[in-house]
Design a protein around this ligand. Sequence first.
Ligand code: C2O
Length: 310
Amino acid sequence: APIGPPDLSTCTAPRPPLPNCCLRVPSSRPSAFAINSSTPLRTRRALQNVLQDARYLARLNAAYARLRRLEREAPNDPRGLEQQRLLHCAFCERPFVYGRQYNMHGNWFFAPWHRMLLYYHERILAWATGDVSFALPFWNWDSDAAAQKALPSPYANTTSALYTARRSAAAAIQAYIQNEITRDALFGAIGSLTRLDDVIGTATAAGNLEGTGHNAVHIGVGRDMADLAWAGYDPVFYAHHANVDRMWSVWRQLRGRGDPTSADFRNSRFAFYDENGNAKIIAVSDVLDHRTSLRYVYENVPNSWTTARR
Ligand code: C2O
């Protein structure tokens, strides 16, 4: 049967020393997701292509600065960075605190649930910058270029709100990712596959979209990123997941590969907070076509992993 939606106001804190991922938000009556046609169509761009765009980078930085400030000044506001971290933690880290074993890793909810998380996170960033057309950037680590295997420079700038000291050393990050995420590995594990189950997973097993590339970046960046309870506290988490989400989108368009038809998948529902701090319920079927329903697209970049080397 489809699962959800979780009730975000009934969190059961686990016994220490297990991490307490309960959100500190005040309870609010959730409403259902609806397509907002007044939201402009946004384009998520590759980080290597925004490096000269000082205005965009200033906004990205200001958005995270605001989420960090909110965390200090209004700790119960679901839009603060700590609450954003907890939202990921609560559904991705044991123990499961919202009544049942919600786990958004290791099964077919990985791709759509993280898409939902990113969508609401992006709306919150847009609110924080005052720019309704603001879009997340993506970390294009699947690129053949060695430079894209490094932590993107805006996140490495120690004076930026995108920075955290809780990461591995820069050289180690790049070396790890370069070694793990090769074109051949991505082609073999994702680009060459035609079975949906193998790429996005089943009700009980992870797909390669999660296992190949995604996991390596978490481990390579290290510290917060390598710990599901803390990953959402590193701003690069969101740029990393935008790339996973983009690869799903690219793969889905290849030779007309579709989506799971199972109602258990499509009708499962999850809960998030929107840019006004209101609770929202959203179904998997709401997010399968991101352009129509969520109103964003990805900038085109070369996807060499979709074809065999000639
Ligand atoms: Cu829920 Cu990449 O993690």
